[in-house]
Structures are given as structure tokens and as C-alpha cells.
Design a protein around this ligand. Structure first.
Ligand code: PMP
Length: 336
């Protein structure tokens, strides 16, 4: 058994779980990298750890220093938990539209939360741009150092996947790996995996939700749409994505992704967020394209309880005109 001296060393080394229904339906071996088993219950713990380590190595962060970030939630949770374990304060700027569960978790993890109205990147009050300004302001009165984690354009993010996630997956599959698929939030996961795995002959593809601009950027086509998934979809080539091009792009609408999330919970005991559904949907598309007998890996990004009030709430789904599985209605009826 692995014994970790601290939380830092408990990040990563997650299991690869075979996805039964997706594998049976396609004749391929489709595996999910169980990133929801990280201490902060998401793939973003890896990026948080690498960003913090990089800042320490540069001398930008000293004990008692502060980490500032604009985040949809998971990166903030990772930064706050890893930060707490290493003796740093965390200030998180988050769009109001993100789930209450994530906001509560951030507060619980000791982060100071600044909620701002959702606004596009072009707006100076967009949560990312707001967080950059806030970091500069706080830095003026700090002796211990203040960093802006800048997950979108800080390539320590993708480096986490080049150095940890990709070698783990390669080892776990014994090098018998034909394809890798995932969505883009910052692009750290997809580009990091792509940079490490494409040179080894692995086909690396993007699974893109409705409303994301990445399909247009990579294929020239804009299928439009929208999505209730959180943490994914992007409109620009971030620094993390620079130098990487996906081998294929699969557009996965919510109508395809959400039933996968519900079935994985009901039939395989995997309680996951919406982005995992987009990822598994993408892996199944790739499997059908490649034909039976191939091995494909995707990312199970975060734990589903983070979305109980939205993705797993029948009233919310009906309001959005999305189908509600029977088991969710039954579970909701049991809640007093
Ligand atoms: N899924 C979820 C739930 C996320 O929070 C994120 C990160 N925003 C991603 C997927 C995408 O990961 P990345 O930032 O590495 O592209």
C-alpha cells in the first residue's frame, strides 16, 4: 500500500476504471482515469499542485503567501486544499452562476471567496481578469508573496499532465493505448496528454460541449448550442493549448452526455460531474470510428455530489428541457 507523508503526495496516482457499458457498446476497452479520487475530488488538484510548486521554485511564494485565482471551482478547491497543507492563503474569484456546492466547498477549504456576475472574457470584470487585478492589488501590501495562479495561461498546468497523468496512463495500459479523449476547460489536461502521448502514436481528440468555441477554432465549423456542464468549453487558444492540435474533434451535446452520466451512476456506481459525460461520449465516438479491439482512455474529471442542485436535480433538468431519468425522480421523492 502507498503511504503518503502529506496531502501533496496524495495527489495523482489515480486508478484507471474500465467503463463497462461504453466498452460493451463499442467492442473497445474504454477506461476512465478516476481523477475524482484526488483529495479535492477533481483532476484540477494536479494543476493546482504544479502551479504552487512552480511559484515556490521561482521564489514568488514564501510561507504565509497568498494564491489568487479566477476559477469555475475545481481549481480553486485544489489550490485551497493544497495551499492549506503547504501554509498558503487562497483568494478565489468565482462567477455567481457556479454551483452552490462548489462555493460551499471552497469556503470549507479555507478560501476567501469573491463572487462576480458572469461576464465574457472581453469584459474587464470577467472573473479571470478580475482575479488578475486583485492579485496585483494584494501584492502591493504583502511581504510573503502573492501569486495569480493564472491556470489558463500558466503552462505549469499542462506540465502536471505531461509529468504525471500521461506517464500513469501509459504505465496502467502497459503502453497498449490507441486513443485519448477529453474536453477543454483551460486545455491543460488535453494539451498535456497530447504532448506526451501523440509522439507515442496515440490518437488524441477533443470532446467539445455545446456552446464551446473550440470546435470552430479546430474545424472551422460552429455547431452552436449550449450546455449545463461546468468547467469545460473555451473560446480561445490558451497558452496551455499553444503547440498542440487535436487529431479529431467530437461535438458532444448534453442530450448525449447527460444520459451517460446518469447511466454510469445507476449501473456502474460512478458518481460524476457533467464534463465526465462529455468525455465518455467522446471516447465512445472515437471507439466507433476506430472499430472494435482498441484501447481508449478518458478522464473522469470530478465527483458528482458537487452538482446535486443542478445536474442531479429533476426540477433543474425539467426547467432546462432536459430528460430526467426515473432513478433521479425516485431519489428526489425520498428527500424529506
Ligand atoms: N471538468 C471539470 C469539472 C473541470 O472543472 C475542468 C477544469 N476547469 C475540466 C473538466 C477541464 O480541465 P482542463 O482545465 O485541464 O482543460
Amino acid at each position: 500500500m502507498h503511504v503518503s507523508p502529506d496531502l501533496e503526495h496524495a495527489v495523482g496516482n489515480t486508478p484507471l476504471i474500465k467503463l463497462r457499458a461504453a466498452s460493451e457498446a463499442t467492442g473497445c476497452d474504454i477506461y476512465g482515469k478516476a481523477e475524482f479520487m484526488n483529495p479535492g475530488q477533481s483532476v484540477k488538484d494536479r494543476a493546482a499542485l504544479f502551479i504552487i510548486r512552480d511559484a515556490i521554485a521561482r521564489g514568488d511564494l514564501k510561507p504565509g503567501g497568498t494564491i489568487v485565482e479566477g476559477t469555475a471551482g475545481n481549481t480553486g478547491i485544489g489550490l485551497a486544499l493544497v495551499g492549506a497543507s503547504m501554509g498558503f492563503k487562497t483568494v478565489i474569484v468565482i462567477p455567481e452562476t457556479q454551483s452552490d456546492e462548489k462555493k460551499q466547498m471552497l469556503r470549507l477549504a479555507g478560501a476567501e471567496l469573491v463572487e462576480v456576475p458572469a461576464a465574457p472574457y472581453s469584459n474587464p470584470n470577467n472573473y479571470i481578469r478580475y482575479s488578475e487585478r486583485l492579485a496585483k492589488t494584494l501584492a502591493r501590501s504583502s511581504n510573503e508573496g502573492v501569486i495569480w495562479a493564472n491556470q489558463f495561461d500558466n503552462t505549469a498546468n499542462r506540465q502536471a499532465h505531461i509529468e504525471t497523468t500521461a506517464p500513469e496512463v501509459w504505465e496502467q495500459t502497459g503502453g497498449k493505448l490507441d486513443g485519448f479523449v477529453c474536453a477543454i476547460g483551460t486545455g491543460g489536461t488535453l494539451a498535456g496528454m497530447g504532448m506526451a502521448l501523440q509522439p507515442r502514436g496515440v490518437k488524441v481528440a477533443l470532446a467539445d460541449p455545446g456552446g464551446s468555441g473550440m470546435t470552430k477554432i479546430y474545424t472551422g465549423e460552429d455547431p452552436g448550442g449550449n450546455s449545463i456542464t461546468e468547467g469545460i468549453g473555451q473560446g480561445r487558444v490558451t497558452k496551455n493549448l499553444e503547440g498542440f492540435t487535436p487529431d479529431a474533434v467530437y461535438r458532444i451535446p448534453d442530450e448525449e452526455a447527460l444520459p451517460i452520466v446518469f447511466d454510469l451512476l445507476a449501473d456502474e456506481g460512478l458518481c460524476l460531474g457533467g464534463s465526465s459525460g462529455v468525455n465518455v461520449g467522446g471516447a465512445m465516438r472515437m471507439a466507433r470510428e476506430m472499430g472494435p479491439g482498441h484501447t481508449i482512455v478518458t478522464i473522469l474529471c470530478d465527483y458528482g455530489t458537487r452538482y446535486q442542485s443542478k445536474l442531479f436535480n429533476p426540477a433543474f433538468l425539467r426547467e432546462k428541457g432536459l430528460p430526467v431519468p426515473d432513478f433521479l425522480d425516485r431519489a428526489a421523492a425520498d428527500i424529506p
